[in-house]
Design a binder for this molecule. Structure first.
Ligand code: ATP
Length: 374
């Protein structure tokens, strides 16, 4: 059990593990020498997202490059400070915790929220043997345990992530490991902290296709064993679907800083409610869907708008084949979508299907408004 979880437990059973509340992360773009006296351009990498992560949960974030997946993931684990809204760990604002204004220690909270990067090589020190890399966090969190106990813990974790014989792998340097083995070390290092949440940021993208499912299966096995939640970031809907489906979690679709659809993968992929989810589905031929997909993308325009100057109203309206005049003015909220199948487990919010599109509201003024001229 993580130390932060231990301290927080008694009072906060009803609070979600992590709650992102109307979170914004706006970055000022670096100015060129000729623009020094202009107002800086602002990228709204995350713009008004609310989402909760529960114990043993899986949220797979998907969307095209630059839509804000990594920024949202890093904000969820307290690595990126939001410029608006709040991010809470068991009811405590993480950044208030950092300022010393809550009963938790920021160090404990941060160590219970871990990350695995796309390129594990860059986060492993090339001059250190694996055993040294893994010993360091244990020394910091458990200064009292003996060298023998530390070694035992490291070897048993290496075995658990499939690196056997453990003593052999422990004595190697990073350059003596394959990409998949380095990623297993990164996973072992994250697990050493008994984390509540692991952000797997494109953690399988650099691996050979044949190893991707193996790595996802390993993460999912360890998820239940270590009672850890995963935020899994991927640009590939088929990987997001696999991870969320096998982890009994949700897929969250992002578009230009907004979460536009969230739901259990089987519902979201079989019956997407947001036109952008349809685009992702169209662009992912290996989903093995029964329906014959159209050869043309279900979009009016291919070009991604400039994130510094995103479209007004619904950000997808410039590309959306369903867009009407209303969509150019009003921004849809992420609302519960009611379908018959979903109603049986409506009480379980982690299984709910939510969408930000006026078409899911039968009485919305969208239906009376005029089509957009191209
Ligand atoms: N530190 C930063 N400073 C300025 N802009 C940033 C910074 N980090 C991210 N951005 C911008 O914020 C937007 C979202 O980036 P982010 O990396 O979160 O997207 P992503 O969906 O994870 O994309 P990718 O898959 O390409 O990593 C992009 O336009 C990016 O250029």
């Amino acid at each position: 059990m993580s130390r932060a979880r231990d301290t927080a437990d008694a009072e906060t059973d009803a609070e979600p593990l992590i709650a992102a509340e109307d979170v914004e992360v706006h970055f000022e773009k670096e100015q060129g020498i000729l623009e020094l006296f202009d107002d800086p351009d602002v990228v709204k990498a995350v713009d008004g997202i609310s989402v909760a992560i529960e114990e043993n949960d899986v949220l797979a974030l998907v969307g095209e490059s630059g839509c804000g997946k990594t920024t949202l993931g890093k904000t969820i684990i307290g690595l990126q400070q939001p410029t608006g809204g709040a991010i809470k760990y068991r009811g405590r604002d993480i950044w208030e915790t950092k300022a010393g204004n809550t009963d938790l220690s920021f160090k404990d909270v941060r160590s219970s929220l871990q990350i695995i990067h796309q390129d594990p090589g860059s986060s492993l020190n090339p001059n250190r043997r694996i055993v040294e890399t893994l010993a360091e966090p244990i020394r910091l969190t458990h200064p009292d345990i003996t060298a023998g106990e530390r070694r035992e813990r490291i070897h048993s974790l290496l075995e658990r992530v499939g690196m056997t014989p453990a003593h052999d792998f422990a004595s190697r340097y990073p350059h003596q490991l394959s990409g998949g083995e380095k990623q297993r070390v990164a996973l072992a290092r994250a697990l050493l902290m008994n984390p509540d949440v692991i952000l797997a940021d494109e953690a399988i993208s650099a691996l050979d296709v044949s190893l991707r499912v193996e790595m996802m299966d390993l993460m999912l096995d360890l998820q239940s064993e270590f009672n850890t939640s995963f935020v899994f970031v991927s640009h590939d809907l088929s990987n997001a679907r696999y991870f969320a489906e096998h982890g009994d979690g949700r897929v969250g679709v992002m578009y230009l800083g907004n979460l536009v659809e969230v739901g259990p993968p089987e519902r979201l992929i079989a019956d997407p409610q947001h036109p952008y989810t349809e685009v992702l589905r169209w662009a992912t031929p290996n989903l093995s869907l029964d329906a014959t997909e159209a050869s043309d993308p279900p979009m009016r325009k291919i070009d991604i708008p400039d994130p510094v100057n995103p479209p007004s109203g619904c950000r997808f309206h410039t590309r959306c084949p369903e867009a009407r005049e209303t969509c150019t003015r009003l921004q849809p909220e992420l609302e519960e979508f009611s379908d018959l199948e979903a109603s049986s487990d409506r009480a379980d919010s982690s299984r709910s299907h939510r969408v930000a599109c006026f078409r899911s509201e039968p009485d919305h003024q969208y239906w009376e408004s005029s089509a957009i001229e191209d």
